[in-house]
Design a protein around this ligand. Structure first.
Ligand SMILES: Nc1ncnc2c1ncn2[C@@H]1O[C@H](COP(=O)(O)OP(=O)(O)OP(=O)(O)O)[C@@H](O)[C@H]1O
Ligand SMILES: [Mg+2]
Length: 294
């Protein structure tokens, strides 16, 4: 990269980190945050649970957006969450990532990390990646440079901001480029990608930081059928290695992701209405009523 691009890159890296940790742009003090994460240590997944919500409640001006929501996601699980508009799906992700503080309940990452005690910055650094609907790719930079920035935002390689990429880091970028189907576009400016490709690049940027848990809110909204299918393939290829929580309205996509057997969670009025394979929950009378009633 030219010095100009590097300087630009450093600024963008800062913005990327800031956005990951604090999308609302309200907090600071990153140096302190790194110290805290070091003290917290690695999350403990020995019991097989990646994420555990217990009776989480959130009110906005007396309106209960989440009402004693309880949910457990296994390590390596791919869980789809569906539910009508306003069910509380995005609010749930806001609670997991520290953007919204619940009024009551528990929220644990692994068996030891109490997410309600951590800042948004800490939560991002401890291995929870969130894909926002609004794209966060840096359009003037190439696909490769975007992934490189995300890699350098990783706490483990922060010191090496201006150093050359190691062989292992180049390998990792290559691996992610292949996963997100953008190997042939590595030197292309991100701004020239299709909507679907930008979404994959954003997922790739999250993957560079090797999150244990990935939260995706409506990842295929606005995608073509072919892009949706490729996104399903991508997420299925991540299952096992990462735990994934996917909120989606597109039932064909949910069916593809769950392959007729995985658990789907239906949220309604801030709590779990039903849980089970997609065909089963879709045949559930309460679920049918909730969807018809919107
Ligand atoms: N910051 C806020 N202030 C007030 N009300 C809010 C706030 N955030 C969410 N809500 C309300 O909480 C409820 C749940 O919203 P949420 O965005 O979580 O739903 P959702 O399931 O993600 O819906 P959609 O499928 O439309 O994205 C809605 O009634 C919404 O209007
Ligand atoms: Mg939502």
């Amino acid at each position: 990269m030219t010095p100009d691009l590097l300087e630009d890159g450093a600024k963008r890296l800062q913005a990327f980190e800031q956005r990951q940790a604090d999308p609302a742009g309200s907090s600071g003090g990153r140096a302190a945050a790194f110290g805290r994460v070091a003290r917290l240590g690695e999350p403990d997944f020995a019991h097989g649970v990646a994420l555990y919500l217990d009776e989480i409640s959130v009110s906005f001006d007396g309106f209960k957006a989440l009402n004693k929501l309880s949910l457990a996601i296994d390590v390596g699980e791919l869980r789809c969450i569906i539910g009508p508009n306003g069910a509380g799906k995005t609010t749930m992700m806001d609670c997991i990532t520290g953007k919204t503080r619940p009024d009551a309940g528990k929220c644990f990452f692994g068996s030891t990390i109490d997410l309600l005690r951590l800042s948004e910055t800490d939560i991002a650094q401890i291995g929870i990646g969130r894909k926002f609907q609004k794209p966060t790719v840096y359009e003037p930079l190439t696909v490769f440079q975007n992934l490189e920035l995300a890699l350098r935002a990783d706490r483990r390689v922060r010191a090496a901001l201006f150093s050359r990429l190691s062989g292992a880091q180049l390998d990792r970028i290559g691996e992610v480029l292949a996963l997100i189907h953008l190997k042939g576009e590595a030197q292309r400016q991100a701004g020239l990608l299709s909507h679907g490709q930008k979404q994959w690049l954003e997922i790739g940027m999250l993957l560079m930081q090797e999150p244990r848990l990935l939260l995706l809110d409506e990842p295929v909204a606005g995608m073509t059928d072919a892009e949706t299918e490729r996104t399903a393939e991508l997420l299925l290829s991540l299952e096992g290695r990462h735990s994934l929580v996917v909120v989606e309205h597109d039932m064909t996509f949910v069916d593809r992701l769950t392959q007729g057997r995985k658990t789907v969670t239906v949220l309604h009025e801030g709590s779990v209405l039903a849980e089970g394979p997609l065909a089963e929950v879709q045949a559930n009378q309460k679920v049918v009523e909730v969807y018809l009633g919107r």
